[in-house]
Write a protein that binds this ligand. Structure first.
Ligand SMILES: [Zn+2]
Length: 480
């Protein structure tokens, strides 16, 4: 407990009741500064902010929840441009919700319940404890970068491992659920929405497991990884809603305004960041693509595609302007930026033509505290003034040359037709017509496994077919 804060708070409480509604841990100035300092870095790592009507709507709902928690005007809520389903809270009451999460939510009350849960983590100081541990982790990263003299190299080594390596404990989850329910109720929403939301998240996880989703290793972990989800939590949330004495249909869930708000929301990968499709990466704007061999995982992040391979092999794919000195100068610049100050032995560069593209391959051996690390780079001339490169690191001898050859040899330019086929998708809210069935609606979906996808997105089971007059969410190709 921070004594000085409590004293200040009780004095203010007399005047404004700002400490009411159960929050006895308001956001301190120091936390707010930490949150503000981290905010742009987190956003850059996670895909940037998604602006527009959906973000404004989210902030409106969030502010009601924050006010109910006694934190009116003290939190910063951001809609994150990522398809991964998650929400997270950072000290200083910086709360992030992904557009992936918004796509599976079905009412304003459900969205409010997620926000209330995250505010609960803030009010109960959980994220501060999590933060302390991740700060220790950051110090570890810093230590590596001091040894190698290269911040970027340590970024490659750690970024793919994800920012939030720690999950909340079950006790923290229960506490955030309980506080969240209080804030949800205080903001005038249906308390049963919390259990509905947890059920939607569970359905999403099942769907991902069944469809072998490619999202498992993205820079943002799924909700279930950071906020462990158990069947018991859903039962518990339903009982807690009953205990409030409110009847199941007494308070509004506000489905209609919610669906209006998400109509048109970007779904899946953002074409500006390129598409990760299984082990394939394709960028319709830059008109490039590559395919990693079996056993590799790709993760789309705004600055680079993070690559994880077998035996701890890690790396990234990125690009930049081609300097006047051509591809050799580009390769030199990438390596010297990466390895500035590091003890390194650079091997002989090899020129190749890969799928009709000029390429240069450079091996290197880097000394680190953990021993020598093998670095393999492949750079490509991607256009008159654009270049791209892979940087892969591995333990010496751990990366079979054939694997790296397959990866480096897969880079190619896309034809205009191929690029045109990579279209962004959006949520479309549609009214169910008299002759519509689950099958006719699923047929309008631009998605793999459309029936299962439709059911997951709309929080339904096959036993609850959509009825005429209802509004449902579809995933469709965005108009050109
Ligand atoms: Zn949680």
């Amino acid at each position: 407990m921070r004594k000085s804060l409590l004293i200040a708070c009780s004095a203010i409480a007399l005047l404004t009741s700002a400490c009411g509604s159960g929050s006895d841990a308001p956001v301190s100035e120091a936390e707010r500064e930490l949150g503000a300092a981290q905010h742009p870095k987190l956003l850059a790592e996670f895909g940037g902010a998604y602006d527009g009507d959906e973000a404004d709507y989210l902030k409106g709902v969030a502010e009601k929840v924050a006010a109910s928690a006694g934190l009116a005007g003290q939190c910063t809520f951001t809609l994150v441009n990522s398809h991964v389903v998650n929400a997270f809270a950072v000290p200083g009451c910086y709360i992030y919700v992904t557009r992936g999460l918004m796509s599976i939510v079905n009412s304003e009350a459900e969205l409010a319940s997620v926000l209330a849960h995250e505010v609960g983590h803030i009010a109960a100081d959980h994220s501060e404890r999590q933060q302390r541990r991740s700060l220790l982790r950051s110090l570890g990263v810093l230590a590596v970068s001091l040894v190698t003299g290269s911040q970027q190299l340590s970024r490659i080594a750690t970024a793919a491992a994800g920012y939030f390596t720690l999950r909340y404990s079950r006790a923290h989850e229960y506490e955030a659920d309980d506080l969240g329910l209080r804030y949800l109720r205080g903001a005038g929403y249906d308390p049963y929405a919390a259990a509905d939301m947890l059920a939607a998240l569970a359905r999403n996880q099942q769907f991902l497991t069944h469809t072998q989703s490619r999202d498992q290793a993205r820079s943002i972990p799924e909700w279930g990884l950071t906020h462990p989800l158990t069947e018991n939590r859903i039962t518990r949330a339903r009982q807690a809603a009953k205990d409030t004495g409110v009847g199941p249909d007494e308070l509004p869930e506000n489905e209609a305004p919610y669906l209006r708000a998400v109509d048109g929301l970007l779904y899946g990968d953002d074409p500006e960041q390129g598409f990760v499709i299984g082990r394939r990466f394709a960028h319709p704007v830059m008109r490039i693509g590559f395919e990693a061999p079996q056993g590799f995982t790709l993760t789309n992040s705004p600055q680079a595609i993070l690559i994880e391979g077998p035996d701890g092999m890690r790396g990234e794919f990125s690009g930049g302007p081609l300097p006047r000195g051509g591809l050799d100068a580009y390769a030199d610049r990438v390596l010297s930026t990466l390895l500035r100050g590091a003890r390194v032995e650079i091997g002989r560069a090899e020129r190749r033509t890969i799928n009709g593209v000029d390429a240069v391959l450079v091996p290197a051996l880097v000394e680190t505290e953990q021993g020598p690390v093998q670095l393999s780079m492949a750079a490509y001339r991607g256009g008159p003034d654009q270049a791209y490169h892979f940087l892969m690191i591995s333990k010496p001898g751990a990366a079979p040359p054939a694997l790296l050859d397959a990866l480096f040899g897969s880079f190619r330019l896309l034809s205009a037709e191929e690029a045109a086929r990579l279209r962004p998708r959006r949520i479309e809210v549609a009214r169910v017509g008299p002759s519509d069935s689950l099958q006719t609606l699923a047929a309008r979906m631009s998605a793999d496994d459309p029936v299962a996808h439709f059911l997951m997105l709309n929080g339904r089971t096959a036993g609850e077919p959509p009825r005429p007059g209802e509004t449902v969410k579809l995933v469709v190709n965005a108009p050109r």
